[in-house]
Design a protein around this ligand. Structure first.
Ligand SMILES: [Zn+2]
Length: 278
């Protein structure tokens, strides 16, 4: 039988994990369940929300420091509480504890420039290690499936070019949760763009609406309901040496606007092109 001693890195990792579990076991019992709740996170969304949810639960449980025990309340009238996982407040000598609820929530969730709770930090590492062991394969499979679905959409759907260079985007752009116009809405918006003097092209499934004004070119994005978005760039000739032309300005024409649209468009275009001439 061959005996192979444990790899020193694995051994250290194992010891670190034990130390972190030890921290967890030393926490007041009322909070242990909350901190251990990472075992119940199944979906990615649950995992992403976990730390904030724990912070919210702890903040809801914690008791404020009695007013007479707060040494220097100063201008603060808010209740304060110490972090129940450590029994110490923020490091500022003028305060005692954290403001409730926001200061303590920030400390626990690690937001902003507040001092991050070292206990939550260690338990978060435990959670990540557990989630990695449990979900890494499923996550990778999910990522592959998403990438394949996206590639299939890009190979068959209309793509929208709203800037010179770069890849054209799908109807919902880089954000799949973004609201998009219906086919009728897109057609209505195209008519509106033509009324502003835009020329619209769709070749090889790539849609572009552009407007040329002297040395400038405006790209339109009509995909989102409620508005037309415009992006002003220098014409490619003047940026021959630049990889990505500089965005000179952007503006919006809302769907609710009915009168003098070409004048409104020109009013908004002028500042961007003037900046460029300076
Ligand atoms: Zn803390």
């Amino acid at each position: 039988m061959n005996y192979s001693p444990p790899n020193p890195i694995d051994r250290l990792r194992d010891e670190l994990s034990k130390a972190r579990h030890c921290i967890l076991n030393l926490m007041p019992e009322a909070y242990q369940g909350m901190l251990r709740s990472y075992y119940h996170c199944e979906t990615r969304e649950d995992r992403m929300r976990w730390k904030n949810a724990v912070a919210d639960e702890i903040v809801a449980e914690v008791e404020a420091i009695p007013q007479q025990q707060v040494p220097a309340r100063g201008p603060w009238s808010q209740d304060r509480a110490n972090c129940p996982l450590r029994g110490r407040g923020s490091s500022s000598e003028y305060t005692s504890g954290f403001t409730l609820p926001e200061g303590l929530r920030r400390h626990l969730a690690g937001w902003g420039d507040s001092q991050y709770c070292p206990v939550v930090e260690e338990i978060t590492q435990l959670a990540h290690a557990y989630w990695h062991d449990t979900f890494a394969e499923a996550d990778a499979a999910e990522d592959r499936a998403k990438a394949a679905a996206l590639a299939a959409r890009r190979a068959s759907e209309t793509l929208y070019r709203t800037a010179p260079g770069g890849d054209p985007e799908l109807l919902d752009g880089p954000y799949s949760y973004r609201a998009t116009r219906t086919p009728d809405g897109l057609q209505w918006a195209e008519e509106r763009l033509r009324g502003l003097g835009f020329s619209i092209e769709c070749s090889d499934r790539i849609w572009t609406a552009t407007y040329q004004d002297g040395e400038h070119i405006v790209y339109a994005d009509h995909r989102q309901p409620g508005q037309l978005a415009f992006y002003v760039y220098p014409l490619p000739a003047s940026t021959a040496r630049r990889r990505k032309p500089r965005l000179l300005g952007q503006f919006t024409i809302f769907d609710t606007w009915k009168h003098d649209l070409p004048a409104k468009f020109q009013d908004r275009l002028a500042p961007a092109t003037q900046i460029a001439r300076r």
